[in-house]
Design a protein around this ligand. Structure first.
Ligand SMILES: [Zn+2]
Length: 127
């Protein structure tokens, strides 16, 4: 599909080779999490957005990973970094939003954070 602007800062192509059917979920992830985080922490890099089943297997993703946009297009995920702050600060910010919304998964990693639109969940790993 043609690249579309999503929210204030993002392009659909930054999330991968997405379909029109996946845009509403991406728009919600951006509106609820990524745009506010971008405003707080500066330019954002999407380290991992949409994955094919093969790609997810190759990177050792969970079988029901929200990176598999084609499976649950309204619960999409993105692994992100920002120009400012630390992954701990990004995760804290996202957790506060998830708690306020009663929605969203936030994973803390040493180098990035994972944010998705699934049920409210939190996890951390040293990896
Ligand atoms: Zn992830």
């Amino acid at each position: 599909m043609e690249t579309a602007r999503v929210g204030s800062y993002f392009l659909s192509s930054e999330f991968g080779d997405v379909t029109v059917a996946e845009l509403p979920g991406i728009g919600a992830l951006v509106a609820l999490f990524l745009d506010p985080m971008r405003t707080a922490f500066g330019p954002c890099t999407i380290v991992s957005g949409k994955r094919s089943d093969a790609k997810n297997d190759a990177v050792g993703g969970a079988p029901e990973s929200r990176h598999l946009y084609h499976r649950r297009p309204l619960q999409v995920a993105a692994d992100v970094t920002f120009a400012r702050g630390s992954s701990r600060e990004w995760a804290d910010f996202a957790r506060r939003r998830a708690r306020a919304l009663g929605r969203g998964g936030v994973g803390f990693y040493a180098t990035h954070v994972h944010v998705d639109l699934g049920s409210e969940r939190e996890w951390r790993t040293s990896g």
